[in-house]
Design a protein around this ligand. Structure first.
Ligand SMILES: C[S@@+](CC[C@H](N)C(=O)[O-])C[C@H]1O[C@@H](n2cnc3c(N)ncnc32)[C@H](O)[C@@H]1O
Length: 243
């Protein structure tokens, strides 16, 4: 017989952690997110939902959270790694002041261009500097520029190329201001990080699951940041740079 924990874990693994919390999340969406959702966010959410890889976009309550967080920390300069159709990017752009800037990196310009007309209609395109390419070499360039007095970011959102999070962490720590925030998405990896060693885990989650287990331990022990891992979307770990 299954214990309550392993039963709920099996459920969360087979249905994904988001579906496991389906009723509560649906309640939050209907009560607190959709009624206040800016028209542009709704339009981009609906466009993204038709994409065959729509599950890559962050959840709508996470987008609302990011938008509020950015306002709370008065973010002006941000960096985003992993744009897709621009859903988290639009949530960010709508939160920044008119002279705010987002450096947004993705290897795939095509998906970004799906969302671009909505971003343009929302009047926030001027805040976005989209760079097409692999994030690591672009970050290396930014680190070099930073050493010569380049820009420092108030917020960095990392949502791409999961098995490189540790490599991103090394670089973005040099790029975010002391007191600035880094957000790492998907750190619960469909709840699989909480599975017991003998728990059956779908093959598709396996590789990154082991990576996230190590990454989460690394962040928990990293004295350069204080952290908070949130059970929102697929898991979001916030890191505040200390030194
Ligand atoms: C999970 S999606 C981003 C979702 C987006 N943040 C949102 O909420 O709508 C991940 C994106 O990372 C991009 N990507 C994958 N590997 C990359 C890499 N090495 N460098 C830059 N972007 C990468 C993919 O093209 C994809 O668009």
């Amino acid at each position: 017989m299954h214990s309550t924990r392993s039963l709920s874990l099996s459920l969360s693994l087979s249905l994904s952690v988001i579906d496991d919390r389906r009723l509560t999340v649906q309640y939050i969406l209907e009560t607190s997110v959709y009624p206040r959702e800016p028209a542009a966010m709704k339009e981009l959410r609906q466009i993204t939902a038709k994409h065959p890889r729509s599950g890559m976009a962050i959840a709508s309550n996470e987008a609302q959270f990011l938008n509020l967080l950015l306002k709370l920390i008065n973010a002006k300069n941000t960096l985003e790694i992993g744009v897709f159709t621009g859903y988290s990017l639009l949530a960010t752009a709508l939160a920044l002041p008119d002279d705010g800037k987002i450096l947004a990196i993705d290897v795939d310009r095509k998906s970004f261009e799906l969302g671009l007309p909505v971003i343009q209609k929302a009047g926030v395109e001027h805040k976005i500097d989209f760079r097409e390419g692999a994030a690591l070499p672009i970050l290396d360039e930014l680190v070099k520029e930073e050493k010569n007095g380049g820009r420092r970011f108030d917020f960095v959102f990392v949502d791409a190329d999961k098995n490189n999070y540790l490599n991103y962490h090394r670089r973005v720590l040099e790029l975010v201001k002391v007191g600035g925030v880094i957000g790492y998405d998907n750190t619960l990896w469909s709840g699989s990080v909480a599975a017991a060693p003998d728990e059956p885990i779908p093959e598709i989650l396996m590789e990154s699951r082991d990576y996230f287990v190590e990454f989460n331990k690394f962040l928990a022990a990293d004295p350069r940041v204080e952290i908070c891992q949130l059970c929102i979307g697929d898991g979001l770990t916030l890191c505040r740079r200390l030194s």
